[in-house]
Design a protein around this ligand. Structure first.
Ligand code: HEC
Length: 189
């Protein structure tokens, strides 16, 4: 009995400490050993934390890219849900996990490693989604009825939110979380 409990505690601890981490805000990306910002990592992105490097973290994450447009790393093929945007001409290494064809377009699923100044990660992406959902219902139903999340597809949500943002108290920083949340719960997801 006691042994069972102990095993359970160990198992739970391992799940918590080795489970996936998610980014909680938009952050900068760097190549190891260089102080220059080479990209931006979006919130609600699943990452593996490799190690702490000074006051930053070395992380790896996955996403989809297309040949000739490697600087935009997407959550899924053929939908403009950004995982990270890398500065044009910045050379970065990645490992190709698989190559797929979707809607006649060739996409590479990649895994890449960067340094990030992200301060806080969460094990539970749903706490972020809950925060975003509250932000959405509190701010976007003041002047008109709240629009259904399924009313727009993933590619439409960024421009809808951006066109309304100046009418709300939502900060630019928080708008990234809101956009990711709405895109990942859109009509076509
Ligand atoms: C200060 C008032 C106000 C707030 C706050 C507001 N809206 Fe609007 N919204 C409007 C008005 C007015 C319209 C009518 C069209 C226009 O003026 O652009 C509109 C139209 C819309 C439409 C319809 C656009 C279309 O093309 O059919 C959507 C969707 C929308 N808002 C979403 C949002 C979202 C999401 C938020 C929160 C981020 C939000 N609104 C916050 C005033 C507001």
């Amino acid at each position: 009995m006691v042994k069972g409990k102990l095993l359970c505690i160990i198992a739970c601890f391992m799940t918590i400490s080795f489970g996936a981490d998610y980014t909680t805000s938009v952050s900068s990306l760097y190549i190891e050993g260089n102080q220059k910002v080479v990209g931006r990592l979006l919130p609600t992105v699943k990452v593996d934390i490799i190690e702490k490097v000074g006051d930053k973290f070395k992380i790896s994450f996955e996403g989809y890219i297309q040949d000739g447009a490697e600087n935009a790393i997407y959550f899924v093929p053929n939908k403009r849900i950004l995982v990270a945007g890398i500065t044009k001409n910045a050379k970065f290494d990645y490992e190709v996990i698989e190559t797929i064809t979707d809607k006649d377009k060739v996409w590479k699923k990649i895994k890449t490693t960067f340094i990030t100044d992200q301060k806080e990660f969460t094990k539970d992406v749903n706490t972020l989604y809950k925060k975003a959902d509250e932000m959405y219902s509190n701010n976007c139903s003041i002047c008109h009825a709240l629009h259904n999340k399924k009313e727009f597809n993933a590619n439409q949500w960024p421009s809808v939110v951006n066109s309304m943002l100046s009418r709300t108290a939502i900060s630019k920083e928080d708008s990234y979380i809101l956009i990711q949340y709405l895109q990942k719960h859109a009509k076509d997801m």
